[in-house]
Design a protein around this ligand. Structure first.
Ligand SMILES: Cc1cc2nc3c(=O)[nH]c(=O)nc-3n(C[C@H](O)[C@H](O)[C@H](O)COP(=O)(O)O)c2cc1C
Length: 261
């Protein structure tokens, strides 16, 4: 269990945001299968995109339980603050900021992981967003721009000082994209340096791997908040996972929960 602002997250397994994947039906399935927190698909901070069909679908919650987390991406502090306010008005209960995406579409505008090269701009964006909404704001980053420029501890401290409620770290640099080995040691350095919850991301390919990463990070913490509270994790079998997944998909199709997503 850990807290993000007023929300007590009952399980330590968190679904990473994935554009084109983490739509409402997928989030519902993942919650049913044990995700303690799920995050919507990324929404651009540029208001000219908000009325598009794609953007509208990305902020559909139906009767999704709290907390509903929406990820925003952009480069301009005031635009990001406005996007945060807009998404809260639409029902977001947590705002997650994307500073991890390496996609050219995002990088072209110096958003996503490109921002890691500009700590002062990161600070301005985080302050602007945190001050613009009453809900907790979380941040997702990578370990740095490239292996010569790992700055996750610096960015993590900026985030904590700005009032970010939790930090997710994809344990690869931007240059490593999705392919190189995940640097759990770099994530551990951030865990040791901060007091806010830190979520380790990347290559968590099995329940056993999740437990190993959790245990390693618990050891590295300065204090025992919040990973330190030893929570048991049920490890599902392959058979139970495929059975649950199949019946979940069938239920979503029967109930029409997917709508026109
Ligand atoms: C199809 C796809 C879409 C993604 N979209 C986003 C996104 O919108 N925002 C984000 O922060 N990360 C995004 N990511 C990155 C993931 O959240 C995650 O950090 C990354 O895949 C590392 O985890 P893995 O090694 O388990 O794949 C995406 C990843 C994939 C594969």
């Amino acid at each position: 269990m850990f807290n993000i602002g007023p929300y007590q997250i009952q399980r330590k397994t968190v679904l990473a945001p994935m554009a084109g994947v983490t739509d409402l039906p997928f989030r519902q399935l993942c919650r049913e299968m044990g995700a303690g927190l799920v995050v919507s698909e990324m929404v651009a901070a540029d208001p000219s995109t908000w009325s598009s069909r794609k953007s509208k679908l990305r902020i559909q919650f139906a009767d999704e339980p709290a907390p509903r987390s929406v990820q925003i991406a952009g480069y301009d502090p005031q635009m990001m603050a406005e996007a945060a306010r807009f998404n809260v008005q639409q029902g977001a209960e947590i705002i997650d900021i994307n500073m991890g995406c390496p996609a050219k579409k995002v990088l072209k505008k110096a958003a996503g992981s490109a921002l890691l090269q500009h700590p002062d701009l990161v600070r301005d964006i985080l302050h602007a967003v945190v001050e613009s909404v009453e809900v907790p704001v979380t941040l997702k980053i990578r370990t740095g721009w490239d292996r010569q420029n790992r700055n996750a501890v610096t960015i993590g401290k900026i985030a904590e000082d700005a009032g970010i409620a939790a930090l997710a770290i994809h344990g690869r640099t931007r240059a490593c994209r999705f392919v190189k080995e995940v640097e759990y040691d770099s994530i551990a350095d951030v865990v040791s340096a901060l007091s806010i919850p830190v979520i380790a991301n990347g290559d968590i390919t099995s329940p056993e791997k999740a437990l190993t990463v959790l245990a390693a990070h618990r050891c590295c913490r300065r204090n025992d908040r919040p990973w330190g509270t030893g929570q048991s994790v049920d490890i599902p079998t392959d058979q139970s996972v495929s059975r649950d997944w199949r019946s979940g998909c069938q239920a979503l199709h029967r109930g029409g929960a997917a709508g026109d997503v």
